[in-house]
Design a protein around this ligand. Sequence first.
Ligand code: NG6
Ligand code: CA
Length: 489
Amino acid sequence: MSGSRPNIVIMYADDLGFGDLACYDCKDIPTPNLDRLAASGIRFTNGYATAATCTPSRYSLLTGSYPWRNPLAAILPGDAPQLVTPEMKTMPKMLKKAGYHTGIVGKWHLGLGDGNLDWNGSINGTPNDVGFDYSYIMAATNDRVPTVYVKNREVENLDPNDPIEVTYEDKPFPGEKTGRDNPELLRMKHSHGHDGTIVNGVGRIGHMRGGASALWNDETMYAVFLKEACEFVERSQEEPFFLYYAFHQPHVPRLPAPPFQGATKLGPRGDVIVEMDYCVGKFLDKLEELGIRENTIVIFSSDNGPVLDDGYIDEAPETNAACRHNPAGPLRGGKYSLYDGGTRVPTLLSWPEKVDPQVSDAVICHVDFHHSFAKMTGVALDEDEAIDSFDVLDALTGQVSTARQTLVTEGYGQKTLVRKDNWVYIPPYEGSETAWGTGNETGCRLYDQLYDMNADIAQASNVAESNPEKLAELKALHQEIYNSEASRS
Ligand code: NG6
Ligand code: CA
């Protein structure tokens, strides 16, 4: 595979769990297009994000380094300065060296600007400054202001006479309608947080005013990003391209478009997963129509594990309980958690021309794409580039069934744990045992936890006491990697 330059597409869901797709044994959500993708390539059973929250995971995906090395890599507000800065060595920059045309469509959540961001001019510090030739993004999340699209360096459809102002201080603008003070204007109530500016009848995190002509509509967002993704590949089909297509589903607020409302018995959370699956199907159709599907690597995964109540009352806990749908499948925990449900996520890779359909148990992590694709395209990494990214190309292409031996992932608040082979060690931590308001177990405990993932995928039995040697080995390994300057060779 070395020296080849297929197109690369990374589709990244937002908060999709290990048990949310039919190809991962889910019975409650029809996802025929993702199942088609799975059947055409490799379905990984041990595919990991580096973190149980969004910003740190995405940071790793693009930089090939662990997020806990950077103390700023936490869930960012919508007006945060760029976390991935122009001097950093990124995967899209590496692919540009190999001659790729690069683009991002969808959720960014890695900060914009270099401090004191002015949304009304040309923004310095966008994905275009860190390796993307084209970008069409939402700045942060669909529950954070500003609720506008940013195309390359500018807010799309902005009227200069109605400038945008944004603040994350707890101080509404004069006259602003907020979820806290105007609950009668809400069509979806919040359960925690999300009581800032009301946009489209939904309270968001943060405050904004102005920009009326630029505001997005949640129900058309799926179509807007799909169109952008398809147009990017149409424009780029003559050269190898890399597209990072970052979905907003099934992150809150979950507002499916009318054709998808009621598509599942799980309420809006299930319905937006069907909506996302529709987008996957249409996008794959586009690749086929252009005759480039065979030589395009299509990866699908999720930035972190699932959550039911993430701050809005949309019946997810009730409907999921009624259907006995566990969005993390057999795994314990979910988004924010140190347990496997936080970071082990659906991971599919299809490359029809080169890769045979199969299921792989190899342990791979999103942080590894950078190094693996450098290997594939023949780009030499600098010594200080992609410092935690392993070359797992042979596992990604299905030639071998093993990959990483060790992996350090993190839960909310940069609390880390280590996996080695089938063993997981979670160090003692102080902290809340459930993530605020979500009911999700964080994994924080005041004692050592050791799990044998082969015997106990649900992490139900802590075997630390009965395996003192293994415990000591993993403790030492965790410290060694945590204190290292780089973990790849
Ligand atoms: C939390 C939000 C949650 C979600 C998360 C980020 C509250 C109470 N909770 O702070 O709703 O936005 O941040 O999710 O506001 S992520 O997938 O982008 O990491
Ligand atoms: Ca997420």
